[in-house]
Design a protein around this ligand. Structure first.
Ligand SMILES: [Zn+2]
Length: 66
């Protein structure tokens, strides 16, 4: 699953980030989303989750969300 598949194409970047955060959750220190999507054992927070968290931090409080 590519990041852009995590939400409809017309979603905002915050929608995509929220979808990533919903999937890539901690499961005993490993990422449940990476395991489910790619059968990949990644330490949590994984790269996708860290990307999504940084997006939310950067864009969540901006008036013009894109
Ligand atoms: Zn993950």
């Amino acid at each position: 699953m590519r990041l852009q598949d995590a939400a409809p194409a017309d979603g905002t970047i915050l929608d995509r980030a929220a979808a990533v955060l919903a999937v890539h959750t901690d499961d005993n220190g490993m990422c449940a989303g990476c395991l489910g999507a790619w059968a990949r054992l990644a330490p949590s927070p994984c790269e996708q989750r860290r990307w999504a968290a940084s997006v939310v931090e950067r864009y969540a409080n901006r008036p013009n969300q894109d």
